[in-house]
Design a binder for this molecule. Structure first.
Ligand code: GH3
Ligand code: MG
Ligand code: MG
Ligand code: MG
Length: 307
């Protein structure tokens, strides 16, 4: 029936089916003071396998959103006791942006400015009651997809594709938000060109990934980033240089003891590390200092931490 109607409608149904298969786990928060209307939306959303949460007013909705960071969509009524839907929307937008959460305003209010007020407050879309369910699901689906697309774009923009570590740009973005001092280490793999030359580029990549995994293991509380080829930066929340030197020394030893399996037999490699720490958040000075110390480590035999 559908394919006879038009190929575009067929594509649409296929997309909806794929969508419904992906829906379990996608959390939608329904905000409405009417329990029967919440129940009505819940049943329809659950038929499309969304996971539904409910709030009877804005206060409860804000609490739920602060607690549950996985909610992708809010469907909100406007007329509710306490804070209305439009005000709740602008409050939500102070801590959750469009790349994290979509908001659809719903109202039976005949006020013609309602759509504009919702959108200006930060809603992504609006539904006028009564609506038909085909339109409802078109809007729900499109808005959930929009958040997911933005999320995956952000992931692509922030991460290094080989290791999954933060890239240089994302590293600085995170560091700029820090208010206290910290320690910074610059790590470079020793004689990496030889690894590529002797074992091939794939094994070189394997060495880079192994280094990334161990850095994350030793600094689960820090920020680990790949700055370029075989050069990495670690930021540790401790501003005490000696603390960081000790942890980096354990990391260096762990890396030195790794034996990677390759077709040409076991491969071992080493790294050189420069460190600098300060009570003040001063990233460019610390990076410059850590880099000079890395250079010193390279000049004095490699496979060492220099603080
Ligand atoms: P040193 O001990 O002085 O650091 O010597 P090195 O050979 O490690 O130094 P250099 O910085 O000259 O070499 C880095 C090499 O890393 C050159 C480049 O071909 C290689 N490289 C950069 N990015 C990648 C990558 O993503 N994968 C692989 N396999 N190799 C890469
Ligand atoms: Mg109401
Ligand atoms: Mg190197
Ligand atoms: Mg290098």
């Amino acid at each position: 029936y559908v394919s006879k109607e038009s190929p575009a409608a067929f594509d649409y149904v296929m997309r909806m089916l794929t969508r419904i298969r992906k829906n379990p786990g996608i959390k939608v928060l329904v905000v409405d003071d009417s329990a029967s209307y919440r129940q009505f939306l819940r049943e329809n959303l659950e038929r499309h396998r969304y996971q539904v949460l409910e709030a009877e007013d804005a206060k409860q909705a804000l609490e739920i959103l602060h607690r549950d960071k996985l909610i992708k969509l809010v469907l909100s009524d406007n007329d509710m006791p306490g804070m209305d839907g439009v005000r709740m929307t602008s409050t939500i937008r102070r801590f959750l942006d469009h790349d994290r959460l979509a908001i659809i305003g719903i109202s039976g209010n005949q006020d013609p400015t309602m759509t504009t007020r919702f959108i200006k407050a930060g809603a992504d879309d609006f539904l006028q009651k009564p609506f038909n369910f085909e339109e409802f699901f078109c809007r729900v689906t499109r808005n959930v997809e929009f958040v997911e697309n933005l999320e995956s774009l952000k992931e692509t923009a922030d991460r290094d594709p080989l290791t999954g570590l933060s890239n240089r740009r994302h590293f600085f973005e995170q560091v700029m938000q820090l208010k206290n001092g910290y320690g910074v280490a610059v790590l470079d793999i020793d004689h990496f060109k030889r690894v590529n030359d002797q074992y091939g580029h794939d094994v070189g990549d394997q060495v880079i990934c192994n280094t990334a995994r161990l850095m994350e293991q030793f600094f689960p509380d820090g920020i680990v980033a790949r700055f370029g080829g075989e050069e990495f930066v670690i930021l540790s929340p401790s501003p005490i240089e000696l603390d960081m030197v000790c942890r980096l020394e354990s990391l260096r030893l762990a890396l030195e003891s790794c034996i990677l399996t390759t077709v040409k037999g076991g491969l071992r490699y080493t790294v050189s590390i420069g460190v600098a720490a300060s009570d003040m958040p001063e990233i460019s000075r610390l990076l410059k200092l850590a880099d000079e110390r890395l250079y010193h480590a390279k000049q004095h035999g490699r496979n060492q931490v220099c603080g």
